[in-house]
Design a protein around this ligand. Sequence first.
Ligand SMILES: [Zn+2]
Length: 257
Amino acid sequence: MSVTILMYHMIATPENAAEARFCRTPEMFRKDLEQIRVTGYQVISLATVLDGIAGRVELPDKAVAITFDDGVACSYENALPILQEFGCPASVFVVSSLAGGYNDWCGVFGFSRRRMLTNCEIRALAESSVDIGSHTANHLWLGKIDKTVVTKEVRDSKAVLEDILGREVPHFAYPFGSWNPMVRNAVIEAGYMGACSTMSGKNLGGTDPYLLRRSEIKGSDAPWQFRLKLKFATNEMPPISDARCLARQTLKKMGLI
Ligand SMILES: [Zn+2]
């Protein structure tokens, strides 16, 4: 068995070049879900992914999970209606201290100031088909800070989100994909059942549940690039010009042009 986990950030129109990579437009996101459907993939929840890699359940041959990092309000405003249209489960990883606030940590990267999910929207997502996971309290580089702060970040965010939801928050995603063995242990000790990294690749039977692999869907990914990521769970794709060049060379070798 193998599962691709897709990683999105914002489902929104980019407002500047800096955030373009992280913004998939709602139109493109709808096309992604259409591709998933027409290629015969079944969208499963992260809990089912964890059950599958642990051998507790058998997964469909073509399985994919959908995740969104950060908890920007567009997860509720733009992503949720499209997910519901296609009947797909998903997970949103929320930065707990920013609920009801703004994406202030993104300012240094040149992103637009965007509204984050409110407590009410977090509850509404959880009541639909979207699981809420933790993305720490303050979106820090966990791999670069000491254990006391790491422990506080992973525990506080879990407690705050569980207070908002009145239910367990079993999943976690490492901000910036930053982790090390100490960070991974802190996530386990805080009581999480699984954690998403930003390392690409398929999730297989026996994959470390605290280092789940994800394929990043960028704002600029064309439909053909999305299809390849879905199938191979890779991150880097050749630019279109490279692919055209390769195709031309192959056709020349074959004497077709
Ligand atoms: Zn993040």
